[in-house]
Structures are given as structure tokens and as C-alpha cells.
Ligand binder design. Structure first.
Ligand SMILES: Cc1cc2nc3c(=O)[nH]c(=O)nc-3n(C[C@H](O)[C@H](O)[C@H](O)COP(=O)(O)OP(=O)(O)OC[C@H]3O[C@@H](n4cnc5c(N)ncnc54)[C@H](O)[C@@H]3O)c2cc1C
Ligand code: SF4
Length: 332
């Protein structure tokens, strides 16, 4: 492991100044559950690490307009069990608790979860060719073992999945990120934050140099909505998704009034299935509508040698999550 300079910031301004000083390759650290692993593997090589843990960004609060504002440093455990989340956004709670392990969730933060890097094994192996880690070097996953890799949003330069569960729920719920950096404060829609790999898989998000995430604000909850997060994986705990589906639906007189659908484990970014959402709206809350939506959501799926099984798996995840969310909506 390479050595790095370490400092702890007391406030956001101090963190930004520390990050941009000395022209050194710098990185923020929160829970450290992604960063330290990757530093040990020599995949990330920060010369300076700025600890954010003393920043006053650990609150969850309901805004006057009904939205929920989450501080960047709220731990995954605290967020999953927060009464405002369990009551108004049970989907988010379910997704968080489906991720990692209790110990990891205690350390992991909301912003760190959004910023976590892919679990592609070639990205994590410095002896492999990887355009994301070393732009222009190639992609060993394309002709290698690509069982865990993505079907949607891929390019000939990268087929790695975004591994987060929490982000899939946020994509379905709708959210806005508050960012702060040397050029001031700005906001960005959650759906616009993560980038598709295209020909620059190393550029993963819209954060500018030295900018940090300060808050995540969830949209107002869907009135009368039911929800469900379904994660399918190789073992029941401590494992990343092979396919997951996050659904929120509101049903009136047996007809879907509002539908949100996002997918995980199968896409290069948290994947909002917008065309499928539109197809569901106004349709009877029945299996035929769910099947049509699943077909639309996966129409652009591009399987590789080892991951074709993910197409029917994702289809089942969508169908089951839609059934469960619809039942919850009709019982609410
Ligand atoms: C064994 C294992 C299993 C896991 N399983 C799952 C799983 O099943 N599902 C799942 O969703 N996740 C899983 N994870 C990932 C885990 O959720 C993330 O590692 C965690 O959420 C990262 O948060 P952190 O605070 O520890 O981030 P850190 O490691 O501190 O930081 C990660 C990145 O985010 C940046 N960063 C942190 N805070 C900010 C900020 N405020 N603004 C800008 N940049 C910031 C850092 O610079 C760094 O680049 C697993 C992790 C491990 C190690
Ligand atoms: S899929 Fe992406 S992360 Fe994995 S080796 Fe290829 S370029 Fe790297």
C-alpha cells in the first residue's frame, strides 16, 4: 500500500480547500469501505486523503414541501432504520438492508454508496486490461468471465455494472443531489449524476474536481403507493445483485395511476426503466401489464458470453417486484 497524507476537515469549506491544495491527487474519505480496499489493491492511488467524518452532514430531515433531505454522511444503517424512511420510503430501507453486511452498513455512508466503484474483477486487478482504471488499455471482461456484468447501458469499452442497491431505490424514488465545490453550490438530478461508460468509462459521474456531495433530497413520496425491492443474488446475504428491481406503484380501481421501475445488477448505472414506467401507467394492475413492462425494460439488453441468464432473471425480478408492490398498494 502506498503512503498518503491524511487530514480531517471540520467543515465543507475546509474539505474543499484541503482537496484542491498542493496539486496532489486527492480523495475524500467517509466510511472508507470502498476507498481503502481499492488503495490496498493499488487501484486508487490518492496522495492526499481528506476525512469528511467531522462534517455536520449526518441529519435526516423532512422539508416543508414534504421531501426528505439526507446528509451525505448519514450511515447506511441509520438511514435504513430512520423512522421517516421506514414510514415514507420503505423501498429505500429494503434496498439498504439488502446490501453488504451489518458491519459494512454501519460504516458506509449515503454519499460513499453513491460513489462506490464497480466490482468488476478486472477493474480490481492491476494486472488486467481495464479502460475504467487505465483509459485506453482495453477491457478484459469483454472476452473474459463476464457472468456478473451488465446487459444495459454498455459499450465496447466497458460492460461493468454499478453495484449499489441503495442507488436503485433512489432511481425509482426520484432524488436530487446537492454538490459543493470550489465554484460554489449546485444541484443535479440523481438520474443525471452517473454517466454511461461510452468511450470514457473512467468518467463515472458528473462531480467536478474537488467537488463533494453534501445532501441527497428524495422526491415527495407517491401518495397511496406500494413498493418493493427485490434482489436476486448467488447467496442470501453479503453478496452483490445479479439482478434487482425497485418498484413503486399507485393503483386506483385496479388501474395503475403511477409507476416507477428501476433495475440493478444488470446495468452500467442505476437504471430507471422510463419507457416501461410509461407503459404501465393507465394499465390494469395485472400480470399481462407487468409482462409487457418487463419486455420493454429489457428490450435493449445486450448479453455477453456468460451473462445471458440475467435476461430471464431480471424479467422475473421485475414481475415479482411489480406483483408485490401492487399488492402492497391495494392493501394500503
Ligand atoms: C464486502 C463488501 C460487500 C458489499 N456489498 C454491497 C452490496 O451488496 N450492495 C451495495 O449496495 N453495496 C455493497 N458494498 C459497497 C458499500 O455499500 C460501499 O463500500 C459503501 O457504501 C461506500 O461508502 P463509504 O462511506 O464507505 O465510502 P468511502 O469508501 O469512504 O468512499 C467511496 C468513494 O466515495 C467518495 N466519497 C465519499 N463521500 C463523498 C462525498 N460526500 N462527496 C464526494 N465523494 C465522496 C470517496 O472519495 C471515494 O471515492 C459492499 C462493500 C464491501 C466491502
Ligand atoms: S468491464 Fe469496465 S471495469 Fe471491467 S475490465 Fe472492462 S473496462 Fe474495466
Amino acid at each position: 500500500m502506498r503512503t498518503f497524507a491524511f487530514s480531517a476537515a471540520e467543515n465543507v469549506d475546509q474539505a474543499i480547500i484541503a482537496c484542491e491544495s498542493n496539486n496532489a491527487e486527492a480523495s475524500y474519505i467517509a466510511g472508507g469501505t470502498t476507498l481503502i480496499d481499492l488503495v490496498k489493491l493499488d487501484v486508487m492511488r490518492p496522495e492526499r486523503v481528506i476525512d469528511l467524518n467531522r462534517l455536520p452532514l449526518k441529519e435526516v430531515e423532512r422539508l416543508d414541501d414534504g421531501r426528505l433531505r439526507i446528509g451525505a454522511l448519514v450511515s447506511n444503517t441509520d438511514l435504513a432504520h430512520h423512522p421517516l424512511v421506514t414510514q415514507h420510503y420503505p423501498l429505500l430501507s429494503q434496498a439498504l438492508l439488502a446490501g453488504a453486511s451489518t458491519q459494512l452498513r454501519n460504516m458506509a455512508t449515503t454519499a460513499g454508496n453513491i460513489m462506490q466503484r464497480t466490482r468488476c474483477p478486472y477493474f480490481r486487478d492491476v494486472a488486467a486490461a481495464c479502460n475504467k482504471r487505465d483509459p485506453g488499455s482495453g477491457c478484459d471482461a469483454l472476452g473474459g468471465i463476464n457472468r456478473m456484468h451488465a446487459l444495459l447501458g454498455t459499450s465496447e469499452h466497458c460492460i461493468a455494472t454499478h453495484p449499489s442497491d441503495m442507488c436503485v431505490a433512489m432511481a425509482a424514488l426520484g432524488a436530487t443531489l446537492a454538490l459543493e465545490g470550489p465554484n460554489g453550490v449546485r444541484e443535479i438530478a440523481f438520474g443525471d449524476f452517473h454517466r454511461l461508460p461510452m468511450d470514457r468509462p473512467d468518467l463515472e459521474h458528473e462531480l467536478e474536481p474537488n467537488e463533494l456531495i453534501t445532501h441527497i433530497t428524495l422526491d415527495t413520496p407517491v401518495v397511496g403507493g406500494g413498493s418493493h425491492y427485490l434482489k436476486l443474488r448467488d447467496r442470501a446475504s453479503y453478496e452483490f445483485a445479479l439482478a434487482s428491481a425497485a418498484v413503486v406503484v399507485a393503483v386506483e380501481d385496479g388501474v395503475i395511476r403511477d409507476a416507477r421501475l428501476a433495475l440493478g445488477g444488470v446495468a452500467t448505472k442505476p437504471w430507471q426503466a422510463m419507457e416501461a414506467e410509461q407503459a404501465l401507467t393507465g394499465q390494469p394492475a395485472k400480470t399481462e401489464s407487468f409482462e409487457k413492462a418487463a419486455e420493454i425494460a429489457l428490450a435493449d439488453a445486450l448479453p455477453r458470453e456468460h451473462n445471458a441468464f440475467k435476461v430471464p432473471l431480471a424479467r422475473q425480478a421485475i414481475l415479482r417486484a411489480l406483483e408485490k408492490a401492487t399488492q402492497a398498494a391495494m392493501n394500503s
